[in-house]
Design a protein around this ligand. Sequence first.
Ligand SMILES: C[C@@]1(CC(=O)O)c2cc3[nH]c(cc4nc(cc5[nH]c(cc(n2)[C@H]1CCC(=O)O)[C@@](C)(CC(=O)O)[C@@H]5CCC(=O)O)C(CC(=O)O)=C4CCC(=O)O)c(CCC(=O)O)c3CC(=O)O
Ligand SMILES: NC(=O)C1=CN([C@@H]2O[C@H](COP(=O)(O)OP(=O)(O)OC[C@H]3O[C@@H](n4cnc5c(N)ncnc54)[C@H](O)[C@@H]3O)[C@@H](O)[C@H]2O)C=CC1
Length: 222
Amino acid sequence: MGQPLEYPQYAIMLNMKEKRSVVIGGGIVATRKVKQLLDSGAEVMVVSPKLTPALRRLLQEGTICVQLRDYDRVDLQDAMLVFAATDDQNVNLQIAEDARAIRGLVNVAHAPHLSDFTNPGVLRYGPIQINVSTGGASPTLTRHIVDKVDRIIDDRLGILAECLLESRLAAQRTIDDETFRHEMLRRFGDVCWEAWEQEQPFPEWETWFHETFPLLTACEEE
Ligand SMILES: C[C@@]1(CC(=O)O)c2cc3[nH]c(cc4nc(cc5[nH]c(cc(n2)[C@H]1CCC(=O)O)[C@@](C)(CC(=O)O)[C@@H]5CCC(=O)O)C(CC(=O)O)=C4CCC(=O)O)c(CCC(=O)O)c3CC(=O)O
Ligand SMILES: NC(=O)C1=CN([C@@H]2O[C@H](COP(=O)(O)OP(=O)(O)OC[C@H]3O[C@@H](n4cnc5c(N)ncnc54)[C@H](O)[C@@H]3O)[C@@H](O)[C@H]2O)C=CC1
């Protein structure tokens, strides 16, 4: 069961593409973890004598590897992330100990205070990801916060993030002076943010830049 954490958790965004994760357990919690890992491009192995229908389907499709038996410490070989998600607390604790011996990072489903990492509630809008954590205090509270944030943010903000990425790439190609480029991107980002808040159309980078610096553009064209 949960206990207060000694320190706030360190926030990090992991690129899981082709990285190996092992999920021990084949129940409801394990299924949720597997889906989230697959969404992030991870390679997933599940170890459990029983599987939910969703996990069975993923096995049949060849999307995950499965050892259809009880956990054994060899299962942790080469795993970057380990999920101890069985309904047997002693097995979960043994997995945590074994994972630490091989320096893997472990999530213990029944004990946030014994976990190296926990999963936050996640909201995605295009490239934007908003993560919510209560430090293990209350997953129900996490879900309410997620729902509330989702009522404030919309998909247009995801589209804006994609447009801003394009404008940054364009600016990196065309403006050599770093200080000036950063200042321009900051100003353009502020203008776009305002447009999102006011529910106005987003300005286009080239047009905005040329309108803001007509003289500069005229010099360039000469
Ligand atoms: C520490 C953490 C570890 C981790 O899993 O990483 C953890 C641990 C535990 N969860 C428990 C219970 C529930 N978990 C959920 C749901 C979610 N749990 C998630 C994360 C986390 N859960 C991490 C901390 C997050 C934070 O810090 O805020 C979410 C946000 C994301 C995710 O799982 O990916 C996901 C939202 C899914 C969605 O939005 O759909 C529900 C609600 C539901 O299912 O609807 C319930 C039942 C109601 C309740 O208890 O509130 C129990 C008690 C078990 C028992 O009593 O036996 C423990 C163990 C303990 O606390 O001791
Ligand atoms: N982190 C979270 O969000 C939550 C955590 N929990 C905790 O997670 C535990 C698991 O919850 P559920 O998935 O709902 O349980 P579940 O009963 O659906 O699944 C348990 C799974 O563990 C497997 N298992 C049991 N012993 C095993 C072993 N020795 N080796 C490999 N697999 C083994 C079973 O075959 C089964 O597939 C709960 O007991 C609870 O403590 C519960 C709810 C949410």
